[in-house]
Design a protein around this ligand. Structure first.
Ligand SMILES: O=c1ccn([C@@H]2O[C@H](COP(=O)(O)O)[C@@H](O)[C@H]2O)c(=O)[nH]1
Length: 232
């Protein structure tokens, strides 16, 4: 898999999602289906987007006891998606169980990646609310190491941590990075943020971009700008 831009389809209905995708007449972007769209429309929307030819990152961030996550992953393995994820905070036992559940009888499975610390978290909140007192980058690296040891394919992290993760877990361990804004853009609820160009420089494999594209006056132009800055 090479570098690419993944558009976060954070919409609340099938109609809005398909109307958005219809704007892309010359390309088939890699897209992310997250909780909002999946909870609103269920697995049918994933199948429909796949039928249209898009690669899909199913971002449901599973986090539960190992047995529950294993069974949920087994159910999700019926969907033809490229990447699926869970929270590394669920522990190595949960990640191992997830891999088992996700692997189909024929041995195939989507890539499985783990969320380290959400990009909406910063050092101050992590310490004050989560009572985690190590430096944030150390926490992210430690969660990434746990994910690699459990046999996962990569992590979700900020672009700011992508280089350190590759150094610790290897160049082929995927870094899928939300927390991306154009220079001067509104970060909103994101805390660990950088631009597409900087994410490329820092070694991210994939950037995940939602509002800077979906809320843009011209989403196709915003997507192409991301591709120009990050991929080309
Ligand atoms: O740590 C994380 C994990 C997932 N996300 C998801 O990525 C997009 C980002 O959207 P923006 O509008 O570009 O902020 C969104 O779907 C999140 O659920 C994340 O931001 N951080």
């Amino acid at each position: 898999m090479g570098k690419d831009v993944i558009i976060a389809l954070d919409f609340d209905s099938r109609e809005k999602t398909l109307a958005f995708l219809d704007r892309f007449t010359e390309e088939k972007p890699f897209v992310k289906v997250g909780m909002e769209l999946f909870y609103a429309e269920g697995p049918a929307i994933v199948r429909e987007i796949r039928r249209r030819g898009h690669r899909i990152f199913l971002d449901l961030k599973l986090h539960d006891i190992p047995n529950t996550v294993k069974k949920a992953m087994a159910a999700l393995s019926a969907l033809d998606v490229d990447i699926i994820n869970l929270h590394a905070a669920g522990t190595a036992a949960m990640m191992t169980a997830a891999l088992e559940g996700l692997t189909r009888p024929d041995g195939t499975r989507p890539l499985l990646i783990a969320v380290t610390q959400l990009t909406s978290t910063d050092q101050e909140r992590m310490e004050r609310e989560l009572l985690i007192h190590a430096p944030l980058e150390e926490v992210v690296l430690s969660y990434a190491s746990n994910a690699a040891a459990a046999g996962l394919d990569g992590v979700v992290c900020s672009p700011l941590e992508a280089g350190a993760i590759h150094r610790r877990c290897g160049a082929s361990f995927l870094t899928v990075t939300p927390g991306v804004r154009f220079a001067g853009g509104d970060a909103g609820d994101q805390k660990r943020v950088t631009t597409p160009a900087k994410a490329r420089e820092l070694g991210s494999d994939y950037i995940v971009v939602g509002r800077p594209i979906t809320q843009a006056e011209n989403p196709v132009a915003a997507y192409r700008r991301c591709v120009r800055e990050f991929v080309d």
